[in-house]
Ligand binder design. Structure first.
Ligand code: ADP
Ligand code: TYD
Length: 193
């Protein structure tokens, strides 16, 4: 099974790219599943959802440890997918936590250590979006996120944590279809089991 992760700030186009990649791979006869993190439908994810909505009071550290707990809880499911699937597409994974914690100015060493026990995606595509496009897209969605400075720090942090299996794509100029084509081409050329 090949694990592909799509990352980036809110409105960068992650869900759109996950859906297009899923459709493409299904069209070529592959067995595919998309999993969005955090998994709001699980007990841990439900707590994260409440924290995001301001309904439970948790320190940032505690909340961000919950995101890792959600992923540890996923290991069992992952073992099943290993047997069943050709491709697993992750809409956010470990890199999100590093980027969002860094955006808050919190030391990520604890998370980085915790993440050693988790699987790493075979390839991660980071959809990079300049702040002005982010502001426009959040306005269009009638959901103007307030903390632009924070979002900009998260955007920069994504670049800080890039490694050999992380690829940055400019998500502001290309159409969803063009971005999908780049992702598909890259996977076909460079990602093998
Ligand atoms: N390449 C693109 N160019 C322009 N708009 C896009 C592009 N990709 C996605 N969008 C639009 O941006 C918004 C956020 O996309 P979405 O896939 O929901 O992002 P995310 O999952 O990262 O929050 C949606 O309105 C979507 O239609
Ligand atoms: C998966 C993950 C998400 N996050 C953050 C990113 C988002 O601000 C928030 C919710 O993620 P998400 O559900 O992707 O946001 P939305 O659907 O509202 O665009 O959680 C982390 O801080 N760490 C993580 O590990």
């Amino acid at each position: 099974m090949i694990t592909v992760c799509i990352e980036g700030i809110d409105f960068s186009g992650k869900s759109t790219q996950c859906a297009l990649l899923e459709e493409h791979l299904r069209g070529t006869g592959k067995k595919v599943k998309v999993v969005h993190f955090p998994r709001y439908e699980t007990p841990v994810g439900a707590l994260i959802k409440q924290w995001l909505a301001g309904e439970v009071d948790l320190t940032d550290n505690a909340a961000h440890l919950l995101y890792e707990a959600d992923r540890y809880d996923f290991i069992k499911e992952l073992e099943e997918y290993e047997k069943e699937l050709d491709y697993l597409i992750l809409d956010r994974f470990t890199l999100s936590n590093l980027a969002y914690m860094t955006g808050k100015g919190i030391d990520t060493q604890l998370l980085a250590d915790l993440q050693k026990g988790l699987t790493s995606p075979d390839v991660t595509f980071v959809l990079d979006l300049p702040l002005h496009v982010y502001i426009q897209r959040s306005k269009d969605a009638d959901r103007l996120e307030r903390d632009f400075e924070y979002t900009n720090r998260v955007r920069k942090a994504y670049k800080l944590f890039s490694n050999d299996s992380t690829f940055l794509l400019d998500a502001s100029k290309a159409s969803p279809e063009q971005l999908n084509e780049s992702i598909v081409n890259f996977i076909e050329l460079y990602v093998t089991e």
